[in-house]
Design a protein around this ligand. Sequence first.
Ligand code: MD6
Ligand code: FE
Length: 208
Amino acid sequence: MNVLPRGVRHIAACLDRDEQIALVEEIRAVVEAAPLYRPEMPGTGKPFSVRMTNCGRLGWVSDRSGYRYQPLHPATGTPWPPIPERLLALWRSVAAYPHPPEACLVNHYDAQARLGLHQDRDEDDLAAPVVSVSLGDACRFRVGETTRGGRTTSLKLVSGDVLVLGGEGRLAYHGVDRIYPGTSALLRKSGRINLTLRRVTKPEPDAS
Ligand code: MD6
Ligand code: FE
């Protein structure tokens, strides 16, 4: 039995099948307005194997000049579509944080795609957790400590699972080792979608 690092919470089967179906439809509409594109590694420009887009006021992007949040889609130049209400409701129920998320990164994995170990640290407000939702094919997810090279443990994330990185786990290293193709029939084609909800800016001190 794997013990997850402190602050890392795996909520298995958080979304039932009907909720997953409804969410996939909402994400389809997001992707129609803001097409998936392939980000590039800062510096080298090496393409990611994962394709990405965003919804929310801000979106996370990566290109040769670095990682950042920005209000416009890098290819279309238009604002990201809004975060679906269903995801805002999920955030309210699991984030234990009194302000709404501002960004939702949409990651799309085909059977070969991977995501290397990384920390999510491009946000100004590290008091807020990152909340992620898995849809479609299962994956092997790896999560470790807050230092690179620390101990890691892996878990299988399946469609409908939610993972929360908060508190002491907010800066835990994590990544996706592999996809298990054909393990879900949720999406029309095989593949995996992961949605990560983030608060980016620090709220005004007196606002709630
Ligand atoms: C993924 N997830 O599951 C990638 N980041 O495809 C992440 O990078 C992630 O699941 C922060 C918090 C939760 C996550
Ligand atoms: Fe991440």
